[in-house]
Design a protein around this ligand. Structure first.
Ligand SMILES: Cc1cc2nc3c(=O)[nH]c(=O)nc-3n(C[C@H](O)[C@H](O)[C@H](O)COP(=O)(O)OP(=O)(O)OC[C@H]3O[C@@H](n4cnc5c(N)ncnc54)[C@H](O)[C@@H]3O)c2cc1C
Length: 347
């Protein structure tokens, strides 16, 4: 396993670990989920609060969910790999090129060494070199969201057991999140679809600051101290349904564009793709068959597991982006308990 970073390392994220993360860890090995439950450097969340003007919808989740900085969480995952597997880790080793040679791939690293492998698995994020050079995927703005995030301390009025998502008609169709990590400390960010950003010529960083100083939030942020500078990054949305496998390769997580188009969550889906990919990889080696006809079993399994849900969320995202006034109506309907129960099931 190669990673260009040396761990622990940061990753621009909202740091919310949805219930699917614990569910996936449990499916891989219940001991891993138990280790996360015991992991002290995380915060337990129970509610998501959607706030639109003076209306609030509070959803209580059934599954365990957490917030945890990616510096801590990704290092926790890597420790599981170190402790429970015999994986050879090449950290601080950026892949600079991948090319085909007969049945094999030749992987070039920053240190100028070259490695040869039969299968390549691209779990290398939103700007995946595997997706670009092996799968020939070019970035498509129609399937990207853009986000900025920062950490703030000195916040007041946020419960650590809740994730806060703010919507304001003036800033539509963007949304702002405040995900508490500890009392007074939160990951705060703003996201918007890339095509809307371009169409409306929005400066997301300026928009973000404006939102923090708007009536909804200004009191809670009046003593806020930025703990680090703002950082921006893109999210490859699952509305991109191009194949995620081919002759000798598989793409996972952000490299496969698996971020939920409504919630912006991608960690749970990335883990789900990892679990399914492992099953296909084992089968490829057992049968010594690495052809596209074989690896597409992974595409099919992924589609069967999360395809329908992601498709529904894509349709919902398109609808809300085109008709943002629907939020007002949606908030009215969502205050009905039956609808709240339905939403819990959908997400
Ligand atoms: C602002 C923002 C907020 C978000 N908030 C949330 C949230 O709250 N909850 C949630 O579930 N999801 C969230 N997401 C989405 C989530 O961050 C991603 O979906 C998730 O990290 C995908 O995991 P991954 O393993 O596919 O990619 P990554 O986490 O990006 O990991 C890719 C790895 O590949 C390595 N790498 C990249 N290129 C190379 C190379 N050339 N050679 C070697 N190594 C390489 C990187 O160093 C990195 O370690 C957010 C995303 C953004 C941008």
């Amino acid at each position: 396993m190669f990673d260009k970073a040396v761990f622990p390392r940061d990753k621009v994220c909202g740091d919310a670990l949805p219930g699917r993360v614990v569910k996936k860890l449990t499916a891989i090995d219940p001991a891993y989920a138990e280790a996360l439950r015991k992991f002290p450097r995380k915060n337990t969340t129970r509610y998501t609060r959607l706030i639109y003007g003076n209306r609030e919808i509070c959803m209580e989740w059934v599954l365990d969910a957490y917030t945890c900085s990616r510096m801590e969480f990704d290092n926790f995952l890597l420790d599981l790999v170190r402790t429970h597997t015999q994986t050879t880790l090449y950290l601080g080793s950026a892949i600079t090129g991948i090319r085909r040679e007969g049945d094999y791939f030749l992987i070039s690293c920053e240190d100028e060494k070259t490695y040869r492998c039969r299968m390549v698995v691209g779990a290398d994020g939103a700007n995946s070199i595997v997706a670009r050079s092996v799968a020939g995927k070019v970035v498509d703005r129609a399937h990207r969201a853009v986000s900025v995030r920062a950490y703030y301390s000195g916040l007041t009025g946020f419960d650590t057991d809740s994730l806060y998502v703010y919507l304001d008609p003036r800033f539509m169709p963007s949304y702002l999140w405040v995900f508490p990590l500890a009392p007074g400390l939160a990951n705060v960010g703003m996201g918007m679809h890339a095509t809307q950003l371009q169409k409306k010529q929005v400066n997301l960083r300026a928009h973000f600051q404006e939102f923090l100083h708007a009536d909804l939030l200004k009191d809670k942020f009046k003593n806020a101290v930025p703990a680090r500078s703002q950082e921006g990054f893109s999210l490859p949305l699952a509305s991109d349904t191009r194949p995620v496998s081919g002759d000798g390769y598989l793409l996972l997580g952000d490299a496969a564009s698996l971020v939920d188009p409504v919630t912006g969550e991608g960690i749970g889906n990335a883990m789900c793709s990892g679990h399914l990919a492992a099953q296909t990889i084992m089968s490829c080696f057992q049968q010594k068959n690495f052809s596209a006809a074989k690896t597409c079993e992974y595409d099919k399994a992924l589609k069967a597991r999360i395809g329908k849900e992601l498709h529904t969320h894509h349709l919902l995202q398109r609808l809300l982006t085109r008709m943002p006034w629907l939020f007002g109506m949606a908030f009215f309907f969502c205050s009905i308990p039956f609808v709240q129960r339905l939403i819990k099931k959908l997400f």
